[in-house]
Ligand binder design. Structure first.
Ligand SMILES: [Zn+2]
Length: 407
């Protein structure tokens, strides 16, 4: 193990989980380009000082978040509803007549900002995924196709004035250089402004063995304790934490300039629970690592048994997290001949590293397989309702967290 230090506090980083060699999780390419997909080592470490859980190696951001980045927030009804709920809350807290300015970091296809546009609230999205940003712009949302950092923040402030709210969903943990993010927030945020961001929660990942939440894009796995330390380091303060059921369990963190607001009781309550769960202790991750290994053994043996019985199994949802599962478990086309996905950009391509063909959703029912391995488990309810006929005709879902089971 190499000696590495924490990206945030320079404390000692201890390796706690190794998921092996992994491809870029969103590298869906045609067969002729499959050999060109870059690989890296996916391993996470725990900082023994600020408790931030983070990747040991990292993929250069331009290999992940390029113009053709295929993720579309509006692809899921659940995410559309969440975007609408967030926008509604912002609109309610922006009384008419007040000239409020809202900036969203990682605005994707504008699923949230569209509502603010319609409500006449001054806003700006910042997102380097140009194709997604084009979708947002077509619906009237203002977007800069750039990475958010200190330099972008300065230009936004010069052009639009200070932001009263900087919001971000599932983006902050993707960014290695958090010092530049917080410097940007410091430059752009009004004195009484709030920085609100949502991200997948380490507590849920550990509790439910959601090891597939670990992939290249998620450089950090946030906990309330580590976010509190991070905010403090940059002159800010974590003043609220709210658990959200999204993405298998997320937290909405509210950060203000230090000393401007009193933290809610929720922050202290989370810290107590995290301490009881051992989220800052290596022993917790030893157990987690063993549970992950157990999932691999059980999942591969189930797929082999089904193949031996002549059963047809397909994957459902060519998600980024499916790359972690398939590559860690060594699941290739011999165990899983295809994965269905509704994203047009992924169809006709191969899954990263494991080279399984991605097919359009119509292939799923034509004919139905005997089993479907559900990679998009965070949308399980939505998907199972939509694919009711599959289950009614005798099909079974395979789920793998917290352990391998059928539904
Ligand atoms: Zn640290």
């Amino acid at each position: 193990m190499t000696e590495q230090s924490c990206r945030l506090c320079k404390g000692e980083l201890r390796e706690v989980l190794d998921l092996g060699r992994q491809p870029i999780s969103n590298a869906f390419v045609r067969a002729e380009d499959a050999a060109k997909v870059p690989f890296f080592r996916l391993a996470i470490g725990l900082c023994n000082s600020c408790a931030m859980v983070q990747q040991l190696d990292e993929v250069p951001p331009n290999q992940m978040f390029h113009a053709e980045y295929p993720y579309r927030a509006s692809g899921s009804a659940l995410i559309r509803k969440h975007g609408a709920d967030v926008a509604e809350r912002i609109i309610q807290t922006c009384p008419r007549g007040h000239d409020r300015f809202v900036v969203e970091v990682g605005s994707n296809d504008g699923v949230m900002l569209k509502r603010l546009t319609d409500a006449g609230i001054r806003h700006l999205g910042v997102d380097p995924a140009a194709v997604a940003a084009d979708v947002a712009q077509t619906s009237g949302v203002n977007v800069w196709k750039e990475f958010f950092n200190a330099s972008t923040a300065t230009r936004i402030r010069d052009e639009h004035g200070p932001a009263h709210l900087i919001y971000s969903a599932n983006t902050i943990s993707h960014i290695s250089y958090l010092d530049s993010i917080f410097l940007g927030v410091d430059i752009l945020l009004a004195p009484d402004g709030l920085f609100v961001f949502e991200d997948r929660y380490l507590g849920d990942i550990v509790n439910c063995v959601y090891f597939d939440q670990i992939y290249d894009e998620h450089i950090y796995l946030f906990s309330v304790r580590s976010v509190q330390a991070m905010a403090a380091q940059f002159g800010f303060e974590l003043i609220d934490a709210e658990h959200l059921p999204l993405h298998g369990g997320s937290i909405r963190y509210t950060v203000a300039r230090a000393g401007t607001s009193k933290p809610t009781a929720a922050v202290a309550e989370f810290l107590v629970r995290e301490s009881a769960q051992g989220l800052a202790e290596e022993a917790t991750f030893v157990e987690f690592s063993a549970a992950v290994d157990h999932i691999r053994t059980d999942l591969v043996s189930l797929l082999r048994d089904l193949r031996a019985d002549g059963r047809r199994v397909v994957g459902y949802g060519a998600t980024s997290r499916s790359a972690t599962v398939m590559n860690y478990c060594g699941i290739g086309p011999e165990l899983l001949p295809m994965v269905c996905d509704s994203t047009p950009e992924k169809q006709g391509c191969l899954t990263p590293g494991t080279k399984i063909p991605v097919c359009p959703p119509e292939s799923f029912s034509n004919p139905y397989p005997d089993y479907a391995l559900l990679f998009a488990w965070n949308h399980a309810e939505e998907i199972m309702a939509k694919e009711r006929l599959f289950h009614e005709s005798g099909g079974r879902w395979i789920l793998y967290a917290p352990k391998v089971h059928l539904a």
